[in-house]
Design a protein around this ligand. Structure first.
Ligand SMILES: [Zn+2]
Length: 303
């Protein structure tokens, strides 16, 4: 017996010994599908590292881990997608095996290879996985690489599906990202799909910027209406009205007074507006067309 084989047997013995202790149950009772009690539990950090592992290198170990990640991602994606509608709405609690047939096939294949054993413990029967990855290299020697990759990937899949992470694991749906992460609230509906924290932050900033833009458009429209209402007579009298600096300044002064009296306008125009603002083509044209609109007297302004 080689030293490494002896090491593996020691590991096996200690893992058996641990099965006589009460199995750590970190699973929540309200999960839609209840897990089997097992000796081994999932290392969430390690799983995320494997799922998020991407390296173009084609060298030995890295290449092998790449292949395992790839294989695992395909199954995990199918599982995550089983709780996602065609409209992108995602509800992790709805994940199910009926919609994840490749996953079902992978688990079945894994279990029929004799990789799982029942152990009698003081706490009843528990399942023990004959994990390929836990074995030292000599023990896995002779296993064709393809079989090794599939076995390691499927044992990770089985451990994942038998844990609460099967509902808490998520993939960022931002097309540029695709990062796998753990959800804070798995029992919730995500209208636009699940997003990792940095993409969520970026999206919130974007919508805040969009809201500000809406506020700006609204404030600008209000100024055009105010000017049109107040100076309608002068504006309609001459098409050259906007070339008159005195009139432009009077309009600007009036608008600045209105701005001062309105919180929402002050937010956008803290310094008021000037005659130059009125002289800007985009502004005077809009003021003029508003003044010309029939019933301009009835245009309402809410401040
Ligand atoms: Zn993301």
């Amino acid at each position: 017996m080689t030293q490494s084989q002896a090491g593996w047997i020691d590991d096996f013995a200690s893992s058996l010994a641990s099965s006589f202790l009460p199995v750590r149950v970190d699973l929540q009772a309200q999960l839609p599908i209840h897990p089997l009690r097992t000796v081994q539990t999932l290392d969430a950090e390690e799983l995320l590292t494997v799922l998020n592992f991407k390296d173009e290198s084609r060298e030995g170990l890295v290449w092998r881990l790449n292949r395992i990640s790839d294989r695992l991602r395909r199954w995990v994606d199918e599982w995550l997608d089983s709780g996602r509608g065609a409209d992108g709405v995602e509800c992790p609690a709805n994940r199910n095996y009926e919609m994840a047939r490749a996953v079902v096939a992978a688990i079945y294949k894994y279990s029929t290879r004799g990789k799982m054993h029942l152990l009698g413990t003081s706490d009843g029967l528990v399942l023990w996985f004959d994990l390929q990855e836990e074995k030292t290299p000599p023990a896995s020697k002779g296993l064709p690489l393809e079989v090794y990759i599939e076995t390691v990937a499927s044992e990770k899949l089985v451990l994942l599906l038998n844990s609460d992470l099967s509902y808490k694991l998520a993939k960022c749906r931002e097309p540029e990202c695709g990062q796998y992460f753990v959800l804070k609230h798995w029992n919730r509906t995500y209208r636009g799909g699940t997003l990792c924290s940095s993409c969520q932050r970026a999206r919130s900033l974007r919508s805040a910027a969009e809201a500000t833009e809406d506020e700006r458009d609204d404030a600008l429209r209000q100024l055009h209406i105010l000017a049109a209402k107040k100076f309608k007579g002068r504006i309609l009298k001459s098409p050259e009205w906007h070339k008159d600096p005195a009139l432009r300044n009077r309009i600007a002064q009036y608008l600045s007074e209105q701005i001062e009296n309105s919180k929402s306008l002050t937010k956008i125009y803290p310094d008021g507006v000037t005659g130059r603002w009125v002289a800007r083509r985009t502004n005077w044209e809009k003021i003029e067309s508003t003044a010309k609109k029939e019933g301009a007297n009835h245009v309402s302004v809410s401040l």
